[in-house]
Design a protein around this ligand. Structure first.
Ligand code: ATP
Length: 584
């Protein structure tokens, strides 16, 4: 199969408006793809050449890519730079230059392109820059103008098709499983392996029943199970059939540890980044204290003083998220791992076993030490008991509780924010109530004192059913001068000329952004408004939810992808809860 076919699909996807059009175009591409290439083409649809967690980094600086374009087009690098400045995008610049120098037809095969891109990613050490340059120039020498546009966007990470994985799953369901009804099965499979290529391969080979049989497997991260929120002990117990396990909610970094058959331990964050190198002490703790030869375990890494037995705030553990000076950071900020889940142990997928059983297996799997522990948990069956556990958790330096269902249906819901876990946090008790995590989808230029920077951001919540981001507020408060100065750089790579296909908004900001940057926002109140689209029509016809007096808390949620933001459903729940129990 020719790379040109993928490039043409990229072009159409970029121009498509609306989700149905995206699904249809993706489905057409996938239907054309031979089974053997389906995993590769699925990654290409995600803008990747391997699953995200593999962390394949093409690592090509723009300068080097400019040289490759110059070599391939026979044009001076200075002229490439000039064209780049005019178009603002190296892909477009290369396309233009090739249009004037060649009229070739597509000969590049997908398999060859992806092989060369992998080699570009793997080139390391002395002479690697030259090797990367040669490989890219080699591809560009054979590329059509359109192919060159996308090859360059892929290597400079500028390929923003605006399609989320759920949309690609819909397209796969359409082609291979009779339509959208199959999406939950595909979604579960993706959530337990984070590898779209693997899901697509099994689907093409063994059909939907094969996909249903997929199990978690060490080495493939599992998407995190998340918690709903409530602010009242009685309400929590009512949701959990009268009893639950009240676990301390530690304020740190969630990690998922995988020990594979070769004995190696890899740690993944919620965003699927590998962080074993940043936490060598945690790897060591697990090497010593984790029983099963193969396992997947989850816990919270918290800044922790084992001598005093004291938990330290989140900011301290963030000091450990660094590339350099790791030995010093390990010495200066000791951490503990507080384990709360066991998803796999020696050949057995535990995700469909109920929580009490998983917890018992976890207790057996761990030999505790001062820095490797299970989360503190107590079973409670009355609001007063839950309140007491909450007070104790806060006294001990935690954020609050995660209350977990102990029922027989309390499976591990990968990638879902369901009612099997409900969090109760300290900050829900303050007058200013909840924080939410919202995605930046647009910005309004600043005036007066803020001339030249953004004056306010258009923020959205995620609607996972439709894979769409729906607006809920405009926020310009809470940003320090340093935050305001940092925003343009953080947002520039996400800028989009038109409203991105997955954004649903009723107002026109000065700049649109692809959903990518997540901010923590303190909300004072939710009201109904015809100007915002979150929860549109769910509470009242022709109205969505609007957040009044929003304020940035100063916490950039870089640990979250856009799809991890607060959902529109949660906002509707918050609105309804607030109406039932007025603040104060
Ligand atoms: P928040 O912003 O409140 O930290 P979140 O959106 O990051 O929440 P939630 O699912 O809402 O994630 O809250 C659960 C998070 O709390 C988990 O992702 C995990 O990092 C952390 N956590 C701390 N202690 C526990 C525990 N005992 N069980 C489960 N999760 C825990």
């Amino acid at each position: 199969m020719k790379y040109e076919t993928v490039a043409e699909a990229y072009r159409d996807l970029e121009q498509a408006t609306g989700r149905l059009a995206l699904i249809e175009r993706l489905a057409a591409l996938l239907a054309q793809t031979p089974a053997g290439l389906l995993p590769t083409v699925s990654y290409l649809c995600q803008g990747l050449i391997a699953p995200e967690f593999a962390g394949v980094d093409l690592g090509l600086a723009e300068k080097l890519a400019v040289r490759a374009v110059a070599t391939a087009t026979g044009v001076d690098p200075a002229q490439v730079t000039t064209t780049l400045r005019q178009t603002g995008d190296l892909g477009q610049a290369a396309e233009q230059l090739l249009q004037t120098t060649t009229d070739r037809t597509g000969t590049l095969e997908i398999a060859d392109v992806v092989r060369d891109l992998h080699q570009i990613a793997q080139a390391e050490g002395q002479g690697s820059q030259g090797r990367k340059l040669d490989l890219l120039a080699g591809l560009l020498t054979k590329a059509t103008p359109l192919e060159a546009r996308y090859l360059l966007r892929v290597v400079t990470k500028g390929l923003r098709l605006g399609i989320g994985t759920p949309t690609i799953l819909d397209a796969l369901a359409h082609v291979y499983a009779g339509g959208r009804a199959a999406r939950p099965v595909l979604e579960r499979a993706y959530n337990i392996c984070c590898d779209l290529g693997r899901v697509a391969a099994v689907l093409a080979e063994d059909g939907l029943t094969g996909v249903e049989r997929l199990q978690v497997q060490p080495g493939n991260p599992v998407r995190a199970m998340l918690a709903q929120r409530l602010s009242e002990a009685a309400g929590i117990l009512a949701k959990l059939d009268g009893r639950c396990a009240a676990e301390y909610k530690y304020d740190g970094v969630r990690v998922q540890a995988h020990r594979t058959a070769d004995g190696a331990i890899e740690l993944y964050t919620r965003r699927l980044e590998r962080v074993s190198a940043q936490f060598p002490d945690v790897v060591e703790l697990l090497q010593a204290g984790l029983g099963p030869r193969e396992a997947i375990l989850e816990g919270e890494v918290v800044a922790f003083d084992p001598a005093a037995g004291e938990l330290h705030p989140f900011q301290e553990v963030m000091f450990r998220r660094r590339k350099h000076g790791i030995a010093e950071a390990v010495r200066d900020v000791p951490v503990g791992l507080f384990c709360f889940e066991l998803l796999y142990a020696d050949g057995e997928d535990l995700t469909r076993h109920p929580y009490p059983e998983r917890r018992a297996r976890l207790a057996k799997a761990i030999t505790p030490s001062p820095q490797l522990r299970l989360t503190t948990a107590t079973e409670v069956a009355a609001p007063e008991e839950l309140e007491a556990a909450f007070e104790q958790a806060v006294t001990d330096g935690c954020e609050g509780l995660v209350c977990k269902s102990v029922g027989s249906a309390a499976i591990y819901q990968a990638g879902a924010r369901g009612w099997l876990w409900i969090k109760l946090k300290r900050d829900y008790r303050t007058e200013l109530s909840d924080t939410v995590d919202l995605v930046v989808v647009g910005a309004f230029s600043g005036r007066g004192r803020r001339r030249g920077v953004y004056g306010a951001l258009l923020l959205a919540a995620y609607d996972p059913d439709a894979d769409v981001f729906r607006t809920v507020t405009k926020c310009g408060t809470g940003f320090s001068d340093a935050d305001l100065a940092a925003l343009p750089d953080k947002l520039a790579p996400l800028a989009s000329e038109a409203k991105p296909a997955r954004v649903d908004a009723r107002q026109e900001p000065d700049v649109w952004f692809e959903p990518g940057l997540v901010l923590e926002i303190l909300s004072a109140e939710l009201t109904l408004s015809p100007n915002y689209t979150a929860g549109w029509g769910l509470v009242k016809d022709q109205a969505g939810l609007a957040m009044r007096f929003p304020r940035f808390t100063g916490r950039w949620r870089d640990d979250k992808s856009a799809e991890d933001a607060t959902t529109t459903r949660e906002l509707v729940d918050m609105f309804r809860t607030a109406r039932r129990t007025p603040a104060g």
